[in-house]
Design a protein around this ligand. Structure first.
Ligand code: SAH
Length: 455
């Protein structure tokens, strides 16, 4: 049977896609239905049809799946931030495990492996130490803040996101109060007018220090003292800054920071390593899970104190400094110069002297150092962005013949692709662990250990 837009269908959800949509069939025709979960029987309206599959909108849950839960957040469906709030946490973890396992099998061609652990959270809420809230106006002209809807930049008003810390709500209330009282306009994407674009809020889970950075489409904040006097009343307030971004683009942060009050950074710990975090620094957003992820990476690295380790895509050196405590020498490589400045400062802050950092592309720095200086590694750790590693880098890693390779990945499909290359001859996939850094979303981190066969 041929379906067309606006047809109503009844579908039993039998699987879930990588983006968290439910998948089911109507008369043999495959449909993707957002917010429907595996095991549901739903009524849905066809929105878009392609030759072999289509997309439908969930209208009614006729028979709920035993794994369906009431979302904690009333905005869960409209907001683009969460994709899995309708699924029990236990099933979310199963979904993530299956996703990694499936990619390793299908893309990587691996058969003989098992995922040794799935590290979930005891309490999978309020885990984020960072939030970026866009500002705008609703149709009545009121200033609103919240999160973007899934595919558009429509702001879904919400000052109390359950993934972020409770303090965010009060801070946003105060910022909006200040804006209303002083006629400070929110930025308007279509016209490029208005001042306040986003509020970036960071919270140190161990130190309880708070940072607020207002991203503005201008060079100064009018009557800034009126904002500061409000915000400093919040316990833990440590750093208030503005960030100048006058570009008409989706990139949230500009380059220039205007100090407004307090320090330019907050401090936080991962394990017993201390980090200074400024508004522009990359820092893992889930500190509770980050420790578990890094401890797994450290265990897989199998360090005894004599090893030379290369940490590629090192960011602000978080993994490097964690490993440096157990290695002879660690070298970090990262493309963003500011991140390397942070890495060096953080090494100093912790009195770590056996970590050295290079600015550049991993796929350029490693081959160059290997060809020119014949550098050596006992262990190589990689933690690339979603697109995975460059082939040039993979071949240099193979040529260097480290004892072990630890691959930390935020995208299991590129992970599987890269592991296939790394494991084609000399290396074997030894251990795999999954870490849930982002509960309620579809994202998942994986750590893999590869060992050299002839060691
Ligand atoms: N390991 C770090 C950061 C991982 S995120 C941590 O756990 O905190 C990936 C990092 O890779 C980012 O900091 C990004 O700037 C960097 N990056 C992206 N492409 C790169 C490349 N080609 N070479 C080196 N670093 C790169």
């Amino acid at each position: 049977m041929e379906f067309k837009k606006n047809d109503m269908v009844t579908v039993k959800i039998e699987d879930m896609s990588h983006d968290g949509s439910g998948i089911g069939k109507a008369d043999g025709y495959t449909l993707f239905i957002k917010d429907a979960v595996i095991g549901d029987e739903v009524e849905a309206k066809i929105m878009k049809t392609k030759k072999n599959y289509g997309f439908a909108r969930l209208m009614n849950v006729l028979v709920p799946s035993p794994d369906r839960t009431e979302p904690k957040c009333p905005k869960a469906r409209a907001c683009g931030g969460c994709q899995l709030q309708f699924l029990s946490y236990e099933k979310q973890l199963e979904f993530k495990k299956n996703k990694v396992e499936g990619n390793l099998r299908r893309i990587g061609g691996f058969r003989d492996f098992s995922i040794e652990k799935v590290m979930g959270m005891e309490n999978p809420w309020r885990y984020r130490n960072k939030a970026q809230f866009p500002f705008g106006k609703d149709k009545d002209g009121n200033i609103v803040t919240g999160f973007y809807a899934g595919r558009t930049h429509a702001i879904i008003p919400n000052r109390n996101c359950y993934l972020g810390v409770e303090e965010n709500e009060e801070i946003l209330n105060l910022i909006i109060e200040y804006m209303e009282e002083n006629h400070v306009e929110p930025y308007h994407e279509e016209t490029g007018k208005g001042l306040v674009r986003h509020a970036l809020i960071r919270y140190g889970f161990t130190t309880k220090e708070i940072m607020v950075c207002l991203i503005i489409n201008g060079d100064s904040l009018p009557k800034k003292d009126r904002l500061i006097e409000r915000l400093v009343k919040i316990p833990g307030m440590t750093s208030i800054t503005a960030n100048v971004n006058k570009k008409r683009s989706n990139v949230i942060l500009g380059e220039k920071i205007l100090p407004l009050w307090g320090q330019g950074y907050i401090t936080d710990y991962i394990g017993n390593v201390k980090y200074q975090i400024s508004p522009l620094s990359f820092y893992q957003v889930n500190p509770v899970q980050t420790v578990k992820l890094y401890e797994t990476a450290l265990a897989y690295a199998g360090l005894t104190g004599n090893e030379t380790v290369w940490d590629l895509y090192c960011g602000i050196g978080t993994i490097s400094l964690f490993l440096a405590q157990k290695a002879k020498q660690v070298y970090g490589v990262e493309i963003v110069p500011a991140a390397i400045e942070d890495a060096e400062k953080n090494a100093e802050l912790n009195g770590i002297e056996n970590a050295e950092f290079y600015v550049g592309k991993a796929e350029e720095v490693l081959p160059r150092e290997y060809k020119e200086k014949g550098i050596y590694a006992d262990v190589i750790v990689v933690d690339p962005p979603r697109k995975g590693c460059d082939e040039e880098l993979l071949s240099t890693m193979l040529a260097m013949r480290p004892e072990r390779i630890v691959y930390v990945s935020c995208d299991s499909s590129t992970l599987a692709r890269d592991l296939k290359i790394l494991c084609s001859e000399e290396y074997r996939l030894e251990r795999v662990a999954v870490c849930d850094m982002f509960p309620a979303s579809v994202h998942v981190e994986t750590v893999c250990l590869l060992s050299r066969k002839s060691s």
